[in-house]
Design a protein around this ligand. Structure first.
Ligand code: PEP
Ligand code: MN
Length: 340
């Protein structure tokens, strides 16, 4: 339910509503708007209806919210699209396009540094790189772990690029909070609710990837787990889903971009690398994402993908990145966006 306050409601009246809700075990989220403040009441709708909040001073109306996701819903947001900065790079808000690029996996300081220099020179907004890799087989390379995080922190200091990296376990949360600028929750962990609550508490932007077989409703409910911890800086990522078609690694759901734009206030980016599994498709899919209104993309780049320890076939050659970036930038420009 959403409690809409009157335009002249006082802070004390707003607080009184919040206290009533919380005393009844209902999660209350205050959303100040330009004219009025709304309070999201997340809990049993029948219970909230029976509380008689309409009678309280300063309350205008109590409106049901029909969607299964609450805090992520554009119905509830009651404000402009969520936008925030990551070290000066604006995410969301419709004016910028985030070009996040880097190796699938941090393999060495040299490899990471080389890619970072190339993507920084081409105007990338952030550097990606996995230190902890969620591999399908336990016998595949699992990433350099904490050593990888140190390499990322060094390269961040050298290049000034903010770093995005995936956290696969809550046990390393403190290290991530220090070493990276955006914490990625991978597709395989989208419904790891305990992990979502931990990243929700870290006071860092979160890049939440859509699960391999997750619906968009499920993605938004997963985002609710982070948002309910008070962390509003969540970026959603469409990264391809499983369908009947096995021609590509996954099927990129481009429609997810405009659908999410309608149903949530959160920024939306696309990962064409994992979606396609094929570097020849990464350019067209990146341009499609930009033209469909995505707030950015996250792509894999390697100095020599043929010897990459993970995801070689989909990583762009670093030497091709400049040309790739210019084409993506032009497509983002079609919607009036510039690189963040
Ligand atoms: C990644 O971005 O490194 C990754 C493993 O992606 P996903 O979780 O989408 O498979
Ligand atoms: Mn990868």
């Amino acid at each position: 339910m959403m409690v809409v306050m009157t335009p002249d409601a006082t802070p004390a009246q707003i607080e009184a509503v919040v206290e009533r809700l919380e005393a009844a075990g209902v999660h209350a989220k205050v959303m100040p708007g330009e004219l009025t403040t709304a309070i999201g009441a997340i809990g049993d709708p029948e219970g909230v209806r029976e509380m008689g909040l309409e009678g309280l001073p300063g309350v205008d109306q109590v409106i049901p919210i029909s969607r299964p996701y609450k805090l992520a819903s554009s119905e509830l947001s009651h404000h402009e699209p969520t936008t925030f900065e990551v070290d000066g790079r604006r995410v969301g808000g419709g004016e910028t396009f985030c070009l996040i690029a880097g190796p699938c996996t941090v393999e060495s300081a040299e490899q990471t540094r080389e890619v970072a220099r190339v993507v920084a020179a081409a105007g990338a907004s952030m550097l990606r790189g996995g230190a902890f890799k969620p591999r399908t087989s336990p016998f595949s390379f699992q990433g350099l772990g904490l050593e990888g995080l140190e390499i990322l922190a060094d390269v961040r200091a050298e290049t000034g690029l903010p770093v995005v990296s995936e956290m696969t376990s809550a046990s390393v949360a403190d290290r991530f909070a220090d070493a990276v600028d955006v914490i990625q929750v991978g597709a395989r962990n989208m419904q790891n609710y305990g992990l979502l609550e931990v990243v929700g508490k870290l006071d860092k932007p979160v890049l939440l990837k859509r699960g391999l077989s997750s619906t968009l409703d499920e993605l938004l409910m997963a985002a609710d787990y982070v948002l309910k911890e008070g962390n509003e800086r969540v970026i959603l990522c469409e990264r391809g889903i499983r369908t009947f078609d096995t021609a590509m690694r996954f099927t990129l759901d481009v429609g997810a971009v405009p659908w999410l734009k309608l149903h949530t206030h959160l920024p939306v980016i696309v990962d064409p690398s994992h979606a396609s599994g094929d570097r020849r498709l990464v350019g067209p899919l990146s341009r499609a994402a930009a033209a469909a209104g995505a707030d950015g993309i996250i792509v894999e780049v390697h100095p020599d993908p043929e010897v990459a320890l993970c995801d070689g076939p989909q990583q762009l050659f670093a030497a091709d990145f400049e040309g790739f970036a210019r084409e993506v930038e032009a497509h983002a420009g079609l919607l009036g966006r510039r690189l963040a």
